[in-house]
Design a protein around this ligand. Structure first.
Ligand SMILES: [Zn+2]
Length: 290
């Protein structure tokens, strides 16, 4: 059985590294049938970023990888940029908490400008560390997150949220934060969602589900928007820490082979949800902004 004609095959959240497999991983994705990647930036160095220029060069690395993948594999890559929330926790003891907040705020401003210039499509990852932090750092995290919402509103783009696993109340809290900031809740994407959250329980926040076999089966009939992702880390030191980059196209192919009547459900994560959350068709991409 073939995939529906014209269907894009989209991994909504992955990382690539210049010191990892990089383009080779994207080649594997393409060979399995993948067509589009949302590529989240990451800290590519051992040291934590301590200045805006550290983040600028990090974003430039992400953009360079995106271009290289596109040129060498034909896979379309959409960069997603932000200072990683846990960086704040690591930077605070080194440069002081106020300076660490300022670096994150200005890096978010930079990411917002890149969205406005069409060099990125969303802010991500933003949010909260997935481990406990002390009260002072937690307050700083909240201040940065508030700023992220404001930047997303002004740049008119989605936010991809990193956080611990969320329950119904957690989704509701994110939706409330979005509404307060003037951001549509469905433009807030909870990345690395590891459990199905029923549509009425997610307060219109969009889950990006880890593409595990069982979870995919559970959510495949849900109404959108929702996405599939691997959160591939491209870290040779941690093989198998996350799903392989070929997983999303393999899940799509397995669904079509095992339940051909459900093949049309794939339009939800791969096409309709991108249109709903991002405002453009994944095959066409965003309109040039300026
Ligand atoms: Zn990630």
């Amino acid at each position: 059985m073939a995939l529906p004609r014209g269907l894009p095959v989209v991994d909504h959240h992955c990382h690539l590294s210049p010191t990892g497999e990089g383009v080779q991983a994207a080649r594997r994705f393409a060979a399995a049938g993948g067509t589009h990647l949302f590529l989240a930036t990451q800290n590519y160095a051992r040291a934590v970023p301590r200045s805006l220029s550290d983040y600028r060069s990090q974003f430039e690395t992400t953009e360079g990888l995106a271009r290289q993948v596109r040129a060498e594999t034909g896979v379309v890559v959409y960069p997603v940029l932000a200072p990683y929330p846990a960086d704040l926790v690591r930077a605070a003891p080194e440069i002081g908490i106020a300076a660490a907040v300022e670096v994150q705020r200005t890096a978010l401003d930079l990411a917002g400008r890149w969205v406005e210039e069409g060099r990125a499509v969303a802010l991500g990852e933003v949010g909260r560390p997935h481990f406990p932090v002390d009260a002072e750092v937690a307050a700083a995290v909240e201040e940065v997150l508030r700023h992220a919402f404001a930047v997303a509103r002004d740049a008119d783009c989605p936010l991809v949220v990193h956080s611990a696993d969320l329950d119904t109340a957690g989704y509701a809290e994110l939706a409330a934060r979005a509404s307060e900031a003037g951001v549509r809740p469905d433009r807030v994407v909870k990345h690395y969602a590891r459990q199905r959250i029923a549509p009425p329980d997610r307060s219109s926040v969009t889950p990006s589900y880890l593409a595990r076999r069982e979870l995919f089966r559970e959510v495949v009939s849900d109404r959108g928007p929702w996405f599939l992702e691997t959160d591939f880390l491209d870290d040779p030191a941690r093989p198998g820490a996350v799903l392989d980059l070929a997983t999303v196209p393999r899940r799509a192919a397995a669904l079509v082979a095992g339940a051909p009547d459900q093949a049309d459900r794939l339009w939800v994560p791969f096409s309709e949800s991108v249109e709903k959350v991002y405002g453009w068709n994944p095959v066409v991409g965003p309109e040039p902004r300026r």
